[in-house]
Design a binder for this molecule. Structure first.
Ligand code: GUN
Length: 288
């Protein structure tokens, strides 16, 4: 088994971007500026947004973060997005999800100017992605493609089983894996909570992409010998031996599966860091 080291690849990408930004700065060019909106105090969202802002600082982007209490109304949030849409000094805007229940996520996603939508969540970007047109790809699926490319993993004609159909990962990666080109041209099956006998699908998979948010759902007896496993899960489970009180596990039972598969992404250090690197790539693209 070979580890798919998303951490190392993300550092390589960040270094390339940092050099690009330094050149821009030296020649008086535009410095990308990313803006993040965080509503509420969900600990995982706080960590994600903090890491995004820190990564911007690391590579020389400008960044701005707006934090709001859960009491913010939908109207107030939409008005803030409008203001940022009209601010020419900001190139990329992300609104961290999930949002409180009283706010309509679709309205928020559609309010972001699609040209600043560095998450690739806007229907315009999703449509362009499906039609294989230039667009901002959703950052996590984009990161998965980059990992497959880096390790030259063949996808053409392979059986790819995606477990999970979320708007953020499962649905877009299923489109991307079946698009013409590389990585793509796979035969894709999407499994979800209504799938009968999940194991009968995953056992046939050459590539499993697990993005369902259930800790260690994919067990050894659900995986074919030599399969490639992309684990998108980031599940916090209680662990009194850790200072934080929790540890991160994926959607795949890593220790059980690692000797059976050919490649696997670790959690942490696999897909997670690639999400941020690809968000930064999308921001660079938006600023260009
Ligand atoms: N919540 C979980 N993943 C993401 C992401 O990639 N972008 C945003 N905005 N929110 C998220």
């Amino acid at each position: 088994m070979q580890l798919l080291d998303g951490k190392a690849l993300s550092q390589k990408i960040k270094l390339q971007i940092k050099e690009d930004v330094a050149k821009r700065a030296a020649s008086g060019g535009i410095i990308p500026h990313l803006c993040a909106i965080l509503v509420g105090n969900d600990p995982a969202s706080e960590t994600y947004v903090r890491n995004k802002i820190l990564s911007c600082e690391e590579i020389g982007y400008k960044s701005t973060m707006f934090r709001y209490d859960t009491s913010i109304t939908e109207e107030e949030l939409l008005a803030k997005i409008e203001e940022i849409n009209n601010d020419e000094s900001i190139h990329g805007l992300l609104v961290q999800l999930p949002l409180p229940k009283h706010i309509d996520v679709s309205k928020v996603v559609e309010k972001v100017d699609y040209r600043k939508d560095v998450d690739g969540f806007h229907p315009m970007n999703i449509g362009r992605m499906a039609k294989n047109m230039p667009c901002a790809l959703p950052a996590t699926p984009y990161g998965i493609l980059k990992i497959l490319e880096e390790y030259k993993i063949e996808t053409k004609g392979k059986n790819c089983v995606v477990v999970g159909r979320s708007q953020i990962v499962g649905s877009p990666i299923s489109i991307l894996m079946s698009r013409p080109g590389y990585p793509g041209n796979a035969t894709v099956t999407v499994c979800h909570s209504h799938t009968k006998d999940l194991a009968s699908f995953t056992r046939e998979a050459d590539i499993i992409i697990a993005a369902v948010g259930v800790p260690e759902l994919i067990k050894e007896n659900m995986v074919k010998e030599g399969a490639v496993i992309i684990d998108v899960g980031m599940n916090r489970i209680e662990d009194a031996t850790r200072k934080s009180g929790f540890r991160l596990v994926g959607d795949v039972a890593f220790d059980e599966v690692k000797d059976k598969c050919s490649f696997i992404t670790p959690v942490p250090g696999g897909v997670g860091p690639m999400t941020i690197a690809c968000l930064l790539l999308n921001t660079l693209q938006a600023a260009s």
